[in-house]
Design a protein around this ligand. Sequence first.
Ligand SMILES: Nc1nc2c(ncn2[C@@H]2O[C@H](COP(=O)(O)OP(=O)(O)OP(=O)(O)O)[C@@H](O)[C@H]2O)c(=O)[nH]1
Length: 379
Amino acid sequence: MKLRFFMSRCRRNSARSNVTGNNGADKTQTVDHHKAYSLRGDSKKIRRTTSYCGIQTTMAALYPSKSRTSHGLGNQDPRDSQLRLVLVGKTGAGKSATGNSILGKKVFPSGFSAVSITRSCKKGDSTWNGREVVVVDTPGIFDTEVQDADTCKEIARCMALTSPGPHALLLVIPLGRYTPEEQRATEKVLEMFGERARKHMILLFTRKDDLEGTDFRDYLKEAPEVIRELMDKFGDRYCVFNNRATGAEQEDQRQQLLVLVQRVVAECKGRCFTNNMYQKVEERIQKQILVIQENYRAELERQKAQIRQEYEEKIRMLEDELEQQKQEMQMRRQLAEREAFCAARQQNARHEVENQSGILEFILGLFKVVSLVFSLFKN
Ligand SMILES: Nc1nc2c(ncn2[C@@H]2O[C@H](COP(=O)(O)OP(=O)(O)OP(=O)(O)O)[C@@H](O)[C@H]2O)c(=O)[nH]1
């Protein structure tokens, strides 16, 4: 009798823990699901607005749209405090070093080299003023004329890592001799991203230490004409970094940049830079996240059922009440561990999707439809 009462209590408790999330692990998951489903709701709206076909789809992908819903993917969801930054510019300009300065830790390999050190887009994150700052470092892919398979793949990876779009594009330019080659690279990047993306673009000059104390404004008076023209285009949307800086100097420049990013985002009505292509990518990512999360959930349920069955059998064989309680505690511990493990995997689902070859193939498939990969960020 006692045993039957105990067994039913076990089942009741574990059922309650599934439904209401009465431990931290389940709570996280409930939130995740809620978020995922609400995003799925957004996806439906997006699907309605982008239900083009054939050539229309191609044009839609090329022409970015304003968000059509109050919680469109281009809007910064008030719950989403993330700031996504992407570093673009010529090889050797100091993108990786800048990424490390922004994150306040060495995430991206950076060094003096005649050839590109960064071979593939990489993502790092840190926290600033309670906001998650995500930085994506890129190889010199946006300043090239070559539409080869590797470049397309890296552009696809960059889209996956910054989806549903970056809040700011940091165009990294080293101070010093501005060669015609560097000028061409800058022009190429500006051309690739087009007018609309420029509202999200910030000029980030590296090698401030080379100024050796000279004020940046004084440097500008003597700077090449092309740099001054660039400054005219961007107004006060610029920052100067010494990537060799440490301590308070590093923190100050990081602060200056992120405050500027916040201002840029506010000027863009809280929206990140996005377009139809990004929205399709985000929709796909959300679908994949749900699939992964459901798979983990199903796996968890199987494991929990197995654990319960094993313990129930064990407990049934026991006479001693204390022993039964011990086994019950052990079972609960195991169930809680499994749930926490599942919750952690579910939280990591986005990261998993971003790094799957499937999402890259999906984006590369979209590129084929678009055919003009190098116009996809433009107006
Ligand atoms: N003195 C000085 N050197 C810098 C600064 N920023 C970058 N560098 C150096 O410039 C070189 C190139 O920097 P990276 O960060 O690797 O440049 P990158 O644009 O990421 O280059 P790839 O990864 O090859 O595309 C490295 O030797 C850096 O240490 C800076 O502010 N001051």
